[in-house]
Design a protein around this ligand. Structure first.
Ligand SMILES: Cc1cc2nc3c(=O)[nH]c(=O)nc-3n(C[C@H](O)[C@H](O)[C@H](O)COP(=O)(O)O)c2cc1C
Length: 353
């Protein structure tokens, strides 16, 4: 918590990544990384959170889609005491929220980004969704071998929102590494503020393929080799001078993603790959407090999550996924049921959603 008279500072995600060496990130997860879940993980050392993937075309055209897909509030961003790499004392930093879109063309992405930009701290382009329907729609992992399209989409968002606005891409690695090289270079030269790298190819399922940290390291090295300083000269009004080169060499930061189940994994994977940030998806679903070093979901996390879900009018059923541990899951479902009843909602509807 900030001390009396001390103000928490908001930094765009790429500035956070550049300034602090141990940034933790909640992955975009369709159905799961919604407002209450993001608020929950932000209580446990998750500095940057990401919305589920939303379709840019629908979002930009349709008010109903916007209302259904996206909600936020003042409570969801965490408050963290972080030590910049070039200082010795912690500073109070407000967490950041990134909105992820799937798109195949510049204009719908720029339109959607413009609509959501006042409420978030960055826009992310999904270049990794491996599902056949997405590939057929020329979104997600289809873009892994379409570097010019990715370049044009990044440029369009930057042109619409300004050079300083944080725009990122989330990619998977490619079995033929020259494709990764081309994609990363195009994205950064087009103005991407940071790159998230999931260390699996589009053909590798998370359940059966371990993450390839060497492939992630290759992408990070490529990003560094570009020598582009994405934060320099674009600090927002209240960012300090050190935010522009806080130890990351000022180069475009990267985030490593895949198989992060514990805080130790996050520390190890950042060190092995040279990434500034570590992103978890399934790990956070199994234990939303993992980045704080908890080895299993704390009880108070369950209470907070169900209360907030109900208070903010969102379904709490995906709590079923919150723990892979049977006893914890039973406890979660009981709590859900009880809280839903107390709130005058039908627990079975909530739970079976
Ligand atoms: C339930 C679920 C939903 C996901 N939805 C998205 C999504 O909307 N956008 C995206 O880029 N990746 C999505 N992913 C992939 C994750 O962000 C992440 O890249 C992948 O699960 C690997 O990380 P992990 O090993 O920590 O799970 C999803 C993964 C899961 C398990």
């Amino acid at each position: 918590m900030p001390r009396a008279g001390e103000r928490a500072v908001s930094l765009p995600p790429h500035h956070m990544l550049n300034t602090f060496s141990d940034i933790n990130v909640c992955a975009p997860m369709v159905r799961y990384s919604k407002l209450p879940f993001r608020a929950l993980v932000a209580r446990y050392d998750t500095h940057i959170t990401t919305t589920p993937m939303m379709l840019a075309t629908e979002f930009s055209r349709n008010q109903q889609a916007r209302n259904a897909d996206f909600s936020t509030n003042d409570e969801e961003r965490g408050l963290f005491a972080l030590v910049p790499q070039n200082r010795h004392t912690p500073v109070q930093i407000r967490g950041a929220l990134v909105c992820q879109f799937a798109a195949s063309a510049p204009t719908p992405l720029a339109d959607a980004a413009e609509l959501v930009s006042p409420y978030v701290d960055g826009i992310d382009l999904n270049c990794g969704c491996p599902q056949p329907w997405a590939y057929a729609e020329h979104i997600g992992s289809f873009l892994l071998r379409q570097p010019e399209t990715v370049r044009d989409m990044i440029r369009a968002v930057k042109a619409r929102l300004g050079e300083g606005y944080c725009v990122s891409v989330k990619i998977r690695v490619d079995a033929e590494s020259h494709h990764t090289d081309t994609l990363v270079r195009n994205a950064l030269h087009a103005g991407a503020s940071y790159i998230t790298i999931h260390g699996r190819t589009r053909h590798q399922a998370s359940a059966s393929h371990p993450v390839d940290l060497d492939a992630v390291r290759f992408a990070v090295d490529t990003a560094n080799a570009c020598g582009i300083q994405t934060a320099r000269g674009t600090s927002p009004g209240d960012a300090w001078a050190y935010a522009e080169d806080g130890g990351g060499g000022g180069f475009a930061p990267c985030i490593v993603n895949g198989d992060i189940w514990t805080r130790e994994d996050a520390i190890e994977y950042r060190a092995k790959t040279g990434a500034r940030g570590a992103m978890s998806a399934r790990g956070l679903l199994a234990n939303p407090a993992l980045f704080s070093g908890h080895t299993r979901t704390p009880k108070e996390a369950v209470g907070y999550f169900t209360e907030r879900s109900i208070a903010w009018g969102l379904p709490v059923a995906h709590l079923q996924y919150v723990s892979s541990d049977a006893l914890t899951t039973v406890g979660i479902l009981r709590t859900c049921s009880r809280k839903a009843s107390q709130a005058g909602q039908n627990p079975s509807t909530l739970i079976l959603w």
